[in-house]
Design a protein around this ligand. Structure first.
Ligand code: PLP
Length: 379
């Protein structure tokens, strides 16, 4: 079955009692046993729940994996994967990964004895130079946030395989509709389902997808042992959101391209970061490993913080908010919002300045979004 069909159907038909068209929510902590040795497949919701299982089956299918564990947040999905490693193990990640992931790596798990290097992953020689005998994992996030730098997934997994290194990809920005890292040799995929998978800005969630039995077992064990599973209510919302993932991504991208093209020619815009523009230095790579260009983009305005402030004030359609992937368009200022936890020096090194504005394009009509941003930029 094709992607859109699987989005709607896989895992969904769970109600054998009444044949409801949607998956019921099972808000129960425990399940009674038929006798001392048999239950109906579930015993306790931390360990497993039918609504959560339905979501897991669905996402595993969309990513082309065999197993999925749905977690309470994207961060808890990432925490789960870090338990594949032990103190002394070394993990290499990009220097422009999601801020929350950077904090988890550089602070929380560094205190627990894991070692991290943050490198410019676009430069494969820098990646290879960072590999040591202790390196156990390469963390892939593409495109990056907020400047939409891509990394070549296939090239990185080839390097990793030579040294028996696990690759983990955070596929949140693209969603499986636009990018499926397993096809390029990645071992484990994580998502913040808060973003495109749920798509309606009304839940936080995450997941870990695997296709290797040993890794799957370790991930399932950790989610249960640490108690990181997604609640049945949240699982139900995310499963509902996923049914429209394909059509939503199409609408998101259509609007994103229109906005990117307008910005590209606007006299008050200095630079646009969007892989869909032919001027993007990795446009060809985007075409190779993605099925589309997504709906996240950033731009540098001519001017500084005062002008940026005017853009936020003048816009009537874009909400001034962090996060991404919802049906409503959002606009935010990495300098004081999404990337404020980075040091000023780290921000500048990554190329984030007071000119930089990040937008998550929703599914509103492209004409309205273009018109609103155009007038907002008329500062
Ligand atoms: C939002 C996000 C996360 C964290 O997910 P939460 O659901 O907020 O915990 C991780 N990675 C990326 C790329 C994200 O955008």
């Amino acid at each position: 079955m094709k992607f859109e069909t699987r989005s709607v159907h896989v895992g969904v038909d769970k109600d054998s009692a009444y044949n409801s068209a949607t998956t019921p929510i099972y808000p129960t902590s425990t399940f009674s046993w038929d006798n001392l040795t048999t239950n109906r497949g579930f015993d306790y919701t931390r360990s497993g729940n039918p609504t959560r299982s339905a979501l897991e089956e669905n996402i595993a299918s969309l990513e082309g994996g065999t197993q999925c564990r749905a977690t309470s947040t994207g961060m808890s999905a990432i925490v789960t994967t870090l338990h594949l490693f032990k103190p002394g193990d070394h993990i290499i990640a990009g220097d422009d990964i999601y801020g929350g992931t950077y904090r988890l790596f550089s602070d929380v798990f560094t205190r627990m004895g894991l070692k991290f290097s943050f490198v410019k992953m676009r430069d494969l020689s820098k990646l290879e130079a960072a590999i040591t005998p202790e390196t156990k994992c390469i963390w892939i996030e593409t495109p990056s946030n907020p400047l939409m730098n891509l990394v070549d997934i296939e090239a990185i997994t080839a390097i990793a395989k030579k040294s028996n290194i696990i690759t983990i990809a955070d596929n949140t920005f693209m969603s499986p509709y636009l990018q499926r890292p397993f096809e390029f040799g990645v071992d484990v995929i994580v998502h913040s389902t808060t973003k495109y998978l749920n798509g309606h800005s009304d839940v936080v969630g995450g997941c870990v997808v695997t296709r290797d039995d040993e890794l799957s077992q370790k991930i399932a064990y950790t989610v249960n042992a640490l108690g990181l599973g997604c609640s049945p209510f949240d699982a139900w919302l995310i499963l509902r959101g996923i049914k429209t993932l394909g059509p939503r991504m199409q609408a998101h991208q259509r609007a994103a391209m229109a906005v990117a093209e307008m910005l590209d020619g606007h006299p008050n815009v200095e630079h646009v970061y969007y892989p869909g523009l032919e001027s993007h230095p990795q446009h060809a790579l985007a075409k190779k490993q993605q099925d589309g260009f997504g709906a996240m983009l950033s731009f540098d305005i001519k001017g500084g913080r005062a002008e940026a402030e005017k853009v936020f004030e003048r816009s009537e359609l874009f909400l001034l908010a962090e996060s991404l992937g919802g049906v409503e368009s959002l606009m935010e200022y990495p300098e004081t919002m999404s990337h404020a936890s980075m040091t000023l020096e780290a921000r500048r090194q990554a190329g984030i300045t007071e000119k930089t504005i990040r937008v998550s394009i929703g599914i509103e009509h492209p004409d309205d979004l273009v018109a609103d941003l155009k007038q907002a930029l008329d500062f």
